[in-house]
Design a protein around this ligand. Structure first.
Ligand code: KIV
Length: 283
């Protein structure tokens, strides 16, 4: 049964952790759904994890829609959230509503996510007023990492902790249905979890939240360029894949692949006719 937004509120109230992971493609989405994970984020982290960019800035709406659509098909019974890329909501409330709407109309997502607190409150309000579900995202917000001085944890001083709390309250007040806290100390995220009535998800914000998010490429050991402190690795897919591809390469070079079982035999009477015909051509 696909979970709906009220299920996540119920889970928060019962203190049942919500499981959340990113996905960018059809096959991975099928694995996530089979594993019974509650929510999928089609994150703009696909800029690094799929396209090999240095960051998320170059990611376009068209890329996000194409990947969200593939994920939707792979996980038809999982709550899917589309991540709004850089400059898809910053220019104005109108631009934000139009681009949020594309995720719902063209990719069939259940909600969208956008980064920021106080300063994007009017964008959140406009999207919610247009009838869409929004997840807020505060703390380390990668799209504004240059303003934050890099990919740095937030809320580590009293002043910064209070700013995170103000942002969280602004996101809830604007009508967001959920919020994601990235790279915030557990004392601060716990305070936010207790203060807000909406589900509070964590990526690198500790245990005292209503659920946990990981980037699938980190969790499965696919993306090896760098590994943030908050990652727990559950598989070594890059290592296993490289070993398998090396074995394939070796087999082709040595003639060990393909074997007879990997080829298509001719129909026996046709083979006799073919051999006779080929012989006549050679002589
Ligand atoms: O794009 C993404 O995957 C994200 C996470 C880093 C939270 O926004």
């Amino acid at each position: 049964m696909k979970k709906k937004i009220h299920d996540f509120f119920e889970m928060k109230n019962k203190r049942e952790p919500i499981t959340f992971i990113t996905s960018y493609d059809y096959p991975t989405a099928t694995f996530v759904e089979k594993a019974g994970i509650d929510m999928i984020l089609v994150g703009d982290s696909l800029g690094m994890c799929i396209y090999g960019y240095d960051g998320t800035m170059p990611v376009t709406m068209d890329q996000m829609i194409a990947h969200s659509d593939a994920v939707r098909r792979g996980a038809p019974n999982t709550f899917v959230i589309g991540d709004m890329p850089f400059l898809s909501y910053q220019p104005s409330d109108q631009v934000a509503v139009e681009n949020a709407g594309r995720f719902f109309k063209e990719a069939g997502v259940d909600a969208i996510k956008l980064e920021g607190g106080v300063r994007v409150a009017s964008r959140i309000r406009a999207i919610v007023e247009a009838g869409m579900l929004v997840m807020g995202h505060i703390g380390l917000t990668p799209q504004s990492s240059s303003q934050l001085g890099g990919f740095k944890a937030q809320g580590r001083t009293l002043e910064s902790a209070k700013a995170q709390i103000d942002d969280a309250l602004a996101v809830q007040e604007a009508g967001a249905a959920m919020i994601l806290l990235e790279a915030i100390p557990p004392e601060v995220s716990g305070y936010i979890r207790k203060t807000l009535s909406i589900p509070v998800l964590s990526i690198g914000a500790g245990l005292d939240c209503d659920g946990q998010l990981l980037i699938v490429s980190d969790a499965l050991g696919i993306f090896e360029a760098f590994t943030p402190k908050f990652v727990k690795r559950y598989a070594e897919v890059a290592k296993v894949s490289t070993e398998a591809l090396s074995a394939y390469c070796k087999d082709v070079k040595s003639g060990a692949f393909p074997e007879t079982k990997h080829t298509y035999g001719m129909i026996p009477e046709e083979r006799v006719k073919f051999e006779k015909w080929a012989k006549s051509k050679r002589s």
